[in-house]
Design a protein around this ligand. Structure first.
Ligand code: UD1
Ligand code: CA
Length: 465
């Protein structure tokens, strides 16, 4: 098989989106839509990709920054899709012997399988150009496919269609395979004599057919694959399709959903069997969940790994690891760089940041743990706060195995509570507590006898006793 490369068109402003952001960066399930197109290429083994940017090109570059195999070309004025591919001519020059996929950055449902299958068809038929088409119920503003005696002969844009052509339901998906050696010549022949006065890439089909080159259509079975996002409505439609597809995959893999109301799951989510997902669960990118977990209701996870048998109830977690059999929530937050050990219990209104919590530890109520290394089987009373920040720098606390942190303790970092160490309730701990010791840091209680007897003698009571 020959090598394949891709050109992704991403220079359009996307006026119909009514947004300050370039269209190809509009998000579909938490990721810029062009990322889906890039990933489809990568997963199909296409390693070199040229992204044509124009409007807000720097933002697009930034979004794809550092990803291997991506180069950029700039289309200075948006003169049409054909002109956009022309901007990639220097890239094409280095790929004359390759098959070139031309794809739209605004069609995120394209996948690796359809790219591989169409490339195989393109190569086995020895086509010069293979156009991916789909048959749809409502061809709307898509380019219509023209055929002569069944053979592909051209594409006509909706705006240039006759009444008769508008009724055609086979449409241009906007994805093509070109032989690298024919594409530059075809681009050279484009003109802008059409309704939009643009250089249409679509005209390359008729030009190739007229030149006697072998052109053919690859009809995709799934017409959703090619949905282009041109408006906010399209963005929502595509997001819903992708979400439903992911949920269907997970159902097939043995995940239970009580309902899919308010459930949004990024396509890369991995979830084990017998895990139950409750309504209001949002799984952003990079989430891995084990078997037999209970997730939700109202839980949002991002770049978080969860072991088997974990319960997360109304939890918000970013960049965290939760080991098996932990229970967290309701209403708790795990902030970046947090590891929760196995069999840990985290209760309500607890925030953990940049800390590791050892196995079997309990942090049950109203507590903040930041920049701390907490051992195993530690018990936090209600309302503990780690004072990890002095207004300039942050410091770490260490809490040894088996320690007992009394209610309403402040741990002023850096401080260490030793193994099996105690802190008395209400203490503000500023010095280390040795192993097995108890730190008490609070004033002794004094009782002033008869304090209120006279002072409050005339006090009115709201209700009689
Ligand atoms: C295009 C096709 C149409 C097809 C549809 C599929 C043309 C002329 N029409 O129409 O046949 O059915 O896609 O979705 O090709 N772009 C640039 N530079 C430009 C213009 C566009 O980079 O000067 C990029 C856009 O960012 C977008 C892609 O090309 O990613 C498609 O452009 P768009 O204007 O959305 O074309 P459609 O009208 O959808
Ligand atoms: Ca489009």
């Amino acid at each position: 098989m020959k090598r394949a490369a891709a050109v992704i068109l991403a220079a359009g402003k996307g006026t119909r989106m009514k947004s300050q952001t370039p269209k190809v960066l509009a998000k579909i399930l938490f990721r810029p839509m062009i990322q889906y197109v890039v990933d489809a290429c990568k997963n199909a083994g296409i390693e070199e990709i040229c992204v044509v940017t124009g409007y807000c090109g720097d933002e697009v570059k930034k979004a794809l920054n550092g990803q291997e195999g991506i180069t950029f070309a700039c289309q200075t004025a948006q003169l049409g899709t054909g002109d956009a591919v022309r901007a990639a001519l220097p890239f094409l020059e280095t790929h004359q012997d390759d098959a070139i996929a031309v794809l739209c950055g605004d069609a995120p449902l394209i996948d690796a399988a359809v790219l591989s299958d169409s490339l195989a068809a393109h190569q086995s038929a020895q086509n010069a150009v293979t156009l991916l088409t789909a048959t749809v119920d409502d061809p709307a503003s898509y380019g219509r496919i023209l055929r002569q005696n069944g053979a592909l002969s051209g594409i006509v844009e909706a705006k240039d269609c006759t009444e008769e052509q508008l009724a055609i339901t086979e449409i241009n998906t906007g994805a093509y395979w070109f032989e690298g050696r024919v594409l530059p010549g075809l681009l050279q022949k484009l003109s802008n004599q059409n309704a939009q006065q643009e250089y249409y890439l679509t005209d390359t089909i008729a030009l190739a057919a007229q030149a006697g080159l072998r052109v053919d259509a690859f009809q995709t079975a799934d017409s959703d694959l090619v949905l282009g996002v041109n408006s906010r409505k399209d963005q929502l439609t595509v997001s819903r399709i992708l979400n439903e597809r992911t949920i269907n995959r997970l159902l097939d893999e043995g995940v239970e959903f009580l309902s899919t109301d308010g459930v949004l799951i990024a396509p890369d989510a991995k979830i084990g069997t017998d895990t139950v997902i409750y309504p209001g669960t949002i799984l952003k990118e990079g989430v891995v969940i084990g078997n037999g977990c209970t997730i939700g209701p109202n839980t949002t996870l991002c770049r978080t790994t969860v072991g088997d048998g974990v319960t997360l109830h109304a939890v918000y977690a970013n960049d965290a690891v939760v080991e098996h059999d932990a229970t967290i929530g309701p209403w708790s937050q795990l902030r970046p760089n947090t590891t929760i050990g196995h069999h840990v219990h985290i209760g309500d209104f607890v925030e953990i940041k940049n800390s590791s919590i050892g196995a079997g530890t309990s942090v049950s109520h109203l507590t903040y743990v930041g920049d701390s290394d907490v051992g195993k089987n530690v018990n936090f009373g209600c309302g503990v706060a780690v004072a990890n920040y002095d207004g300039v720098r942050k410091y770490r606390c260490v809490i040894g195995d088996g320690a007992f942190i009394g209610c309403n303790t402040n741990l002023v970092a850096p401080v260490r509570v030793g193994d099996n160490g105690y802190t008395a309730a209400g203490s503000t701990i500023t010095d280390d507590v040795p192993d097995e010791a108890m730190g008490i840091a609070r004033a002794r209680q004094i009782n002033k006898a008869n304090f209120s007897t006279k002072k409050l003698a005339g006090r009115k009571k709201k209700v009689e006793e």
